[in-house]
Design a protein around this ligand. Structure first.
Ligand code: ADP
Ligand code: ASP
Ligand code: MG
Length: 813
């Protein structure tokens, strides 16, 4: 004897029922098969809504009813040969008439009892099982329809009835072994009480029906056929890398389903476990896939945990008070009060101080729980020994499950470490004494991320995912996307890093894709995307709540720099090419740094100084390893270098600056470079990173631009420079007369910084600096006379993008 169960998606339409037919027809010899089916996918929900509509006096229930009838008629017509359709079609009409009569009663009375509701929803399985039976018969199988209501007996707890196994076992055996049929077709989910009234076994209960039949008949095997290839390491709708579990123990399967793995209805496991019936979960639409085998004993495999699951709509009740300490019976009274109102407790924790006890329940039971517990502790609450029951909502439970957890320390460390690193706050924790599961209560807004984080931590150790959001798609941003596109496969292969661009925005448009934007044609996709809005972009990054998120600012915009704090407090790392935040008032700079460390995120801005050159990284390494920076001398403006390297009095100074701007080396307003502000920001950032509390006002600027150059627009600026050509020529000639070059130098020494034009002679380290190169000399305790030198191209989109790219990768370490 073999029992098979086909779920709602397996019998959703004629095509899938044909697939079911093939699986049933695949039996061997004289072995009997008992087939349990659910209602056609979605029908139970529709039947529930019909009842609700009718009881609230809404006539639209009739349309829903009509569509249900039509769907079943169409399915039967498509499945059955015309010659044998009529009896099935009239059966469908008859059932639907009966259903209509009941609903009309509900509509007239505007009253829907749980008993009537069960009656209404039972038609889903009645109809589907009759249709599938007729189809199997048309395949020439020796089939008998078996009314589950006649053989599965329950109490009268409508909606969630408890099975009387003794009488059920007898009745099932009598019918099945008393018949010569080879295939039995039975509706799942439905049963009856002692008075013969229809009951149901709870949503998803067809799995349970099948297990009840399997255990009554001591079946050789139970097969649960569904729409996925087995029980998986996590809910596949949430975790794209979830994979089927080949082998799992009954206890593990029970824990996973109890904590939300919908693929099996939790009560299903108990009867098959008691009778040691091996149970398969298989895919109707991929019958050759291995599936999952649930059976007794220690299942092998290298994974320390078997799966991760989660439940939503959880509320946490806390009973607290000084009067609880040391007095026995408090918890007994709490649980009794909850049990009296049939409030199901999902998880329990008690602090060792005995000051508080915390239980998780279904959100739907909150008001029952509140009134029963407050009543049970009425006196203690009145005398102040106990606080009124406190309730927190919008919570979920996330659980990791596995028999092997017992013998492997470090699982909880791994679990909570991974959640913590991703900014997921834990409200309560429980570990079963069997050490088969660890569960944590977290905010529902974090649960999808949490499941993914844990899946990555336990099953995908092979690679780590980084979700990157980029603001700014100009010169540098576009180059960055190009470099990432080219390098993605390398990162996956060599660093085990899956770097995905999950959001991009410029000032006009923004585009998101949780699975990663296809970088081959991001420009076209962006054109079709939504209008951009900075706040919406930030909000979207936060609500997406993807693990290991990084925000990359490739703009020069102050508004963009103002959202970093909002992101950091959500554990989203920030990589800034934008210098505004790191050079903002010291208080803001340190606030961002401490938020980053408090929330386990990174705040990196290497490209703020020297573009792609490793300037800040080198300085950080010196400090971290115990060195002290005594003096810095640097040429930090690629623009000014370009200008002074190209200006020799032949072409006007103004034209040389224009050339620098045209070639993309300047800020949009070149006065920020020429006036020294940009260099001041850079030396200030270095001073700060060296440990100094410096502000812009503290820096001496020995500028060389005539004051009038700062008036008016950028265009005016060029005209003004032309007028002052003699001034610039004089600067040049004075340096030349001393055989020197002009360099705009930034210096930092004795806690003071200054910037300004200097005459640099040929023997000086700063002399041989060409094109747009930057140079930084660090004089430290370890490099007292000969400085540590960092030198190379200090501007340009390609090198800047590669510096940003390196910061993004640094986030992962
Ligand atoms: P059926 O209609 O066959 O009873 P269900 O919809 O009740 O099917 O259960 C199958 C669904 O359970 C899958 O499609 C999947 O989306 C969901 N599911 C949730 N958690 C898991 C898990 N750990 N493994 C497999 N499926 C899961
Ligand atoms: N049809 C019922 C439900 O949707 C039972 C089942 O499908 O298992 O809950
Ligand atoms: Mg199901």
């Amino acid at each position: 004897m073999k029992v098979l169960k086909f779920g709602g998606s397996s019998v959703a339409n004629a095509t899938s029922i044909k697939q079911v037919g093939k699986i049933i027809a695949n039996h061997t010899g004289s072995e009997k098969q008992l087939v349990v089916v659910s209602a056609l996918g979605g029908i139970t929900d529709q039947l529930i809504s019909i009842g609700q509509l009718a009881s609230s006096g809404d006539e639209s229930y009739k349309q829903v009813l009509q569509s249900i009838e039509l769907r079943h008629l169409d399915t039967a017509r498509e499945l059955l040969p015309v010659t044998s359709q009529s009896s099935c079609l009239s059966m469908i009409k008859q059932y639907c008439n009966e259903l209509e009569d009941i609903c009309e009663g509900v509509f007239r009375l505007q009253e829907l009892s749980l008993r009537t509701k069960d009656r209404i929803i039972s038609f889903g399985e009645l109809l589907s099982s009759k249709i599938v039976a007729a189809y199997i018969q048309s395949l020439n199988e020796n089939v008998q329809w078996l009314d589950s209501r006649a053989v599965i007996k329950t109490n009268s707890n409508f909606g969630y009835a408890a099975v009387d196994f003794t009488s059920t076992d007898q009745l099932v055996n009598a019918v099945v072994y008393g018949s010569t049929a080879l295939v039995f077709l039975a509706p799942g989910f439905i049963a009856s009480n002692n008075s013969g009234q229809t009951t149901t076994l709870g949503r998803g209960g067809s799995d349970y029906t099948a297990a009840i039949f399997a255990s009554a008949l001591k079946a050789k095997v139970l097969e649960i056929w569904t729409d996925v290839s087995g029980m998986m390491t996590a809910d596949p709708r949430w975790v794209s890398n979830a994979r089927p579990i080949p082998h799992i123990s009954y206890q593990e399967a029970m824990e996973l389903s109890h904590f939300g793995a919908k693929v099996i209805y939790p009560p299903t496991i108990q009867p098959v476990m008691s009778n040691k019936i091996p149970t398969w979960v298989k895919n109707t639409f991929a019958p050759h896939d291995n599936g999952t085998l649930i059976e007794t004993g220690y299942a092998n495999g290298k994974d320390k945990i078997r799966g991760i699951s989660s439940i939503n709509h959880v509320a946490l009740l806390s009973l607290e008070g000084s009067g609880m300490v040391g007095i026995p019976g408090f918890s007994k009274r709490l649980f009794e009060a909850l049990a009296n109102e049939q409030v199901n407790v999902i998880l329990i924790t008690q602090s060792s101080s005995e000051h508080s006890i915390c239980v998780a329940i279904n959100e739907a039971d909150i008001s029952k729980a509140k009134s029963t517990v407050d009543k049970a502790f009425e006196i203690e609450i009145a005398t102040g020994k106990v606080e009124p029951l406190s309730i927190e909502t919008d919570l979920s439970i996330i659980a990791v499950v596995g028999d092997k957890m017992k013998s492997h320390p470090g699982i909880s460390g791994n679990m909570f470490g991974a959640l913590g690193r991703n900014g997921i706050n834990i409200r309560a924790i429980a570990q079963g004494s069997s050490e088969r599961n660890i569960s944590a209560v977290i905010a529902t807004t974090d649960v999808k991320k949490g499941v993914n984080v844990l899946h990555e931590a336990f099953f995908e150790a092979v690679y780590k995912q980084l979700n990157v959001f980029i603001a700014g798609l100009g010169n540098v941003g576009s180059k960055l996307l190009g470099q990432i596109a080219q390098q993605q496969q390398y990162l996956l292969d060599h660093l085990k890093l899956q770097l995905r661009i999950t959001g991009i925005a410029n000032s006009r448009k923004m585009l998101f894709a949780d699975e990663g934007i296809n970088l081959a044609n991001w420009k076209e996709q962006l054109e079709q995307a939504d209008k951009s809005d900075l706040n919406d972009f930030a909000k979207s990054i936060i609500t997406r709540n993807l693990r290991n998120s990084v925000f990359v600012d490739v703009t020069a915009n102050a508004d963009v720099a103002s959202i970093y704090d909002k992101l950091l407090v959500k554990s989203i790392s920030v990589v800034a090419c934008n210098k505004i935040a790191a050079s903002s008032p010291y208080e803001n700079y340190t606030k961002l740094k401490s938020l980053a460390s408090e929330y386990n995120a990174s705040f990196l801005f290497e490209t703020n100084v020297g573009a792609g050159l490793p300037v800040i990284g080198t300085l950080n390494d010196l400090i971290k390893s115990g060195d002290t920076v005594n003096r810095i001398e640097a040429v930090l403006s690629g623009t000014l270098n370009f200008v002074f390297n190209n200006y020799n009095g032949e072409k006007s100074f103004s034209k040389v600056v224009k050339q620098a701007q045209d070639e993309g080396y300047t800020e949009p307003d070149p006065r920020l470079d020429l006036g020294g502000t940009d260099v001041m920001r850079k030396i200030m950032i270095l001073a700060r990173e060296a440990g100094n509390k410096m502000e812009m006002e503290d820096i001496e600027n020995n500028g060389f631009l005539p004051a009038s150059c700062f008036n008016g627009s950028v265009a005016d600026f060029y005209d003004e420079m032309e007028k002052h050509e003699t001034h610039f020529k004089a600067l040049y000639n004075a340096a030349k007369a001393e055989n020197c070059k002009l360099k705009f130098v930034a210096s930092y020494e004795n806690d003071k910084a200054s910037v300004g034009l200097q005459h640099i002679s040929p023997e000086h380290d700063l002399y041989h600096l060409y094109g747009k190169d930057n140079i930084v000399l660090f004089y430290t305790n370890r490099y007292p006379e000969q400085p540590l030198v960092v030198k190379g191209a200090g501007a340009g989109a390609d090198v800047t993008a590669s510096g940003v790219f390196a910061d993004i990768i640094r986030v992962t370490v």
